[in-house]
Design a protein around this ligand. Structure first.
Ligand SMILES: C[S@@+](CC[C@H](N)C(=O)[O-])C[C@H]1O[C@@H](n2cnc3c(N)ncnc32)[C@H](O)[C@@H]1O
Length: 216
């Protein structure tokens, strides 16, 4: 339809500027339309495919201590909990409604119940920049679409340092975000972690998605 409109416009207008302006409007409309489709595909399927992709990178034993930074409605926290027997999956968040609509602990608890993992999770009110957990506490630290929200940007490095601190030796951190994870990788390297990879996975999530994986 957009394409048809785009070709039809020049037959109605003979002013070149107006024609280009219409083309521009159509192009912007098409980009937003495609973005809308991608966001829907992510919400319906992509986020679960992306969660699986991240969680399958861990060699689970079942007794891991897992931390999900900026858990929101618990996507990664609950997914990780499904791999646990004696372990625990802890989600922390500051419940920002700017970053996620309808962002409440109650909704997160309800999701954990729906996913059948309520007894394996714990939710805490905590800021990624100042974690209160003891050093070397977690076998796995996860985070999805959270770190880019942290302002000022320098605090994103602070959050990465905190993650490195609470990760156990031989532990793994996996951070997914819709911006390139290069800066997170640099921060992890600066904190003494070994960065295994930092690369895009667009076809899994159906949206822009980079994942960095590092070990301590
Ligand atoms: C876009 S949501 C992503 C939620 C979830 N990880 C997911 O992928 O569905 C970003 C989350 O990060 C949280 N967040 C933002 N800044 C944070 C901070 N400094 N510490 C902890 N959580 C934070 C927000 O409250 C929000 O729940």
């Amino acid at each position: 339809m957009t394409a048809v409109a785009g070709f039809a416009i020049p037959t109605f207008f003979d002013n070149t500027l107006i024609i280009y302006a219409f083309y521009l409007v159509i192009l912007v409309g098409a980009v937003f339309f495609l973005l809308g489709i991608a966001m829907n595909a992510y919400a319906l399927k992509g986020k679960y495919r992306n969660r699986d992709l991240m969680l399958f990178k861990i060699n689970w034993t079942g007794n891991e201590n897992v931390l999900d930074i900026g858990t929101g409605q618990g996507l990664l926290m609950n997914g990780a909990a499904k791999h646990l027997t004696t372990g625990k999956s802890i989600g922390i968040d500051i419940w920002s409604s700017k970053d996620l609509s309808d962002n409440t602990i109650n909704k997160t608890l309800a999701n954990a119940a729906l996913e059948g993992v309520k007894d394996k999770i714990e939710i805490r009110n905590e800021d990624a920049r100042s974690l209160t957990f003891a050093d070397n506490s977690f076998d796995v630290v996860l985070s999805l679409l959270c770190i880019h929200n942290i302002e000022p940007k320098a605090d994103q490095e602070k959050a990465c340092f905190e993650i490195a601190k609470v990760l156990k030796p031989n532990g793994t951190v996996l951070i997914g975000d819709y911006i390139p994870t290069t800066d997170y990788a640099k921060a992890f390297a600066k904190a003494g972690l070994t960065v295994k990879s930092s690369k895009p996975y667009f076809t899994t999530a159906y949206v822009l998605m980079w994942i960095v994986e590092a070990t301590k």
